[in-house]
Ligand binder design. Structure first.
Ligand code: 8X3
Length: 253
């Protein structure tokens, strides 16, 4: 069987990096996309003995550069089998009327527009080869409302519905689409970005509970990809034991 090639966005840290590490152990060739070149190079070096990696250091919101990079992929990376749309962010946890409009714009731009843009670029190749898997990283915030999630949650609801609608459009093909919906996750820059570098606020979110880590989600992605080719995991929701719809628990063992 042909060696698979996966394009992972937001590959330099968190879920993206953990997924790259996981898929490398399965021998999947990787296209790693993120803004920070030094981090991508370090990851490429780390995975050197496991698989081939091509790195694209560019802002996913720079669509012109992104398109040029995709058009100039090295020959052996041109046929992408797996797209992991992981790049995304939350900014702020303030009530809607106290938020920064630019934060809303950035979240919609990155989480919705750029995810849709990249998917639109990759889809024709998948359809032509009648093969492939798109894995979108959504969030529990796309299904459940909580205070301060306002536009972030709405962007993840977009990702969830976009995933379902892609499934409808691709019905009759062999292409699979999955929306992965993690809850509270540490060991990534997610919370630090949300609170704009304020480490105390970022860490406060996880006080008294054990959140998911990126490896938990990466392992779920490995499992999704390993399903027989006639099986599509549509959505999968993953929370830490210490999180439920009521919010983080205060009960301690
Ligand atoms: C982030 C998960 O629980 O912080 O996507 O909203 S949560």
């Amino acid at each position: 069987m042909k060696q698979q090639t996966a394009l992972i966005t937001g590959a330099s840290t968190g879920i993206g990096k953990a997924t790259a590490q996981k898929l490398a152990t399965e021998g999947v060739k990787l296209i790693l996309l993120a803004r920070r070149e030094p981090l991508l190079k370090a990851l490429q070096n780390e995975l050197l003995n496991l698989t081939e990696c091509h790195i694209i250091s560019c802002d996913i919101n720079d669509h012109e550069t992104l398109m040029a990079e995709l058009q100039n992929l090295p020959e052996s990376f041109k046929e992408i089998d797996i797209l992991i749309n992981n790049a995304g962010l939350a900014l702020g946890l303030n009530p809607a009327h106290e938020t920064d409009w630019l934060d809303w714009q950035t979240m919609i731009q990155t989480n919705c527009l750029s995810l849709a843009f990249l998917t639109r670029q990759i889809l024709p190749g998948l359809v032509e080869r009648n093969h492939g898997h798109i894995i979108n990283i959504g969030s529990i915030a796309g299904s459940y409302a909580y205070k301060g999630a306002n536009v972030y949650g709405a962007t993840k609801a977009f990702v969830e519905q976009f995933s379902s609608n892609l499934r409808s459009d691709l019905l009759g093909s062999a292409i699979r689409v999955t929306n992965v919906e993690p809850g509270m996750l540490n060991e990534s820059e997610f919370s630090l970005v949300r609170f704009k570098g304020n480490e105390n606020r970022a860490n406060d979110v996880y006080q008294g509970l054990t959140p998911l880590n990126s490896e938990d989600v990466a392992e779920t992605i490995r499992w999704i990809l390993a399903q027989p080719s006639h099986v599509n995991i549509n959505r999968i929701e993953i929370m830490p034991v210490h999180q439920a719809l009521a919010g983080p628990t205060t009960i301690k063992n």
